[in-house]
Design a protein around this ligand. Sequence first.
Ligand code: FES
Length: 114
Amino acid sequence: MSSMVKITFLSNGGKVAQAPENSNLLRVSLKEKGGIPFKCGGGLCGTCKCRIEQGLENTDAIKPKERKHLRPEDFEAGYRMACQTFVLGDVAVSWVVRDGKGVVTDAEAQPAAS
Ligand code: FES
């Protein structure tokens, strides 16, 4: 029996969802209308870049695909790609809101230069 974890979608008014441990962050967001932006869902576009504000230690290992979009200093600051990230415990996540909904908590974020 797997236990449930709590995911707080900070940039969506602090909406809270429960999900089974080891759930994919983007999948939970889609299912629970968490609001994390995405396009490909497959680690290619980088749209799902988000910041784990709390519980970074509750996320799984960084995937090679994430390293194409995020720099080492991004990972240190808690950035992950939601479609590549699995949650092992409670997390709180923010992202840049571009459609006028929610709260911008990360307006300074720039895409990783290649
Ligand atoms: S949705 Fe495209 S990389 Fe995650």
